[in-house]
Design a binder for this molecule. Sequence first.
Ligand code: FES
Length: 247
Amino acid sequence: MTPTPSIDRRTVVRQLFLGTALTLFGGGLRSQSVLASESPGNAMEGLLTLSPADFPVLLNPGGSLLLTVGLPYPIVLSRASADVFYAVSSECQHSGCVVGAYNPTLGLIRCSCHGSTYQIDGTLAGGPAERSLPRYPTSFDAQGRIQVRLPATYGFRTISLESIVGDTRRLSLVFNPTLGSTYSVQFRSDLNGPAQLIPFATTPAGSANQTSYTNNNFANPTQAVTLYVDQTTSRGFYQIVCIPAQY
Ligand code: FES
């Protein structure tokens, strides 16, 4: 993997919090992607950090996309002006359909189910919905990074720096498994790039030489599992691929 540092190295070394992105594949394969980010001020929330350069649609005002981040609904991330971004839930407040991205031609976010519309900041513009879209605090920092504060909910995990040995930073990756499911860890340097299988350890000091983990903890099947990966870049997405148990 080629290092692509865009986050201050010292900050990353101090602590990492990882956002998660949830993807559903056909055939039941489920993955959770984890974005390396800085530490948020509140341990119960996550800070999603990304660069517009990685998402060209966000390079210009009016640009917008849906981003899966581990919440039950994707977020609609939109650029309103040079330095103002909005992140809102895509859960339509009428009956729960996923709204589209902000449409600069319409000047609105629209739900195709029954036509509810919202402003770029999520404010309700037209029914039948009666409420605005939930909004997540978003900022654009001096380094040109978009930062979105997200609640720690389903699929959203934190990762902490476990140890530093020489140039190797070991991260502990925590997730809640399901009984009988098998997991592997993948990495990709950007959301749209190819994923690469990476080895992990199951103990803090163990060798990172395992490529799959099966949850056979019958006594406590949903107990959180920690896998340890050796970080080789300061930025990227860790992805846990789950092959669900067959019953
Ligand atoms: S679910 Fe969006 S308008 Fe009805």
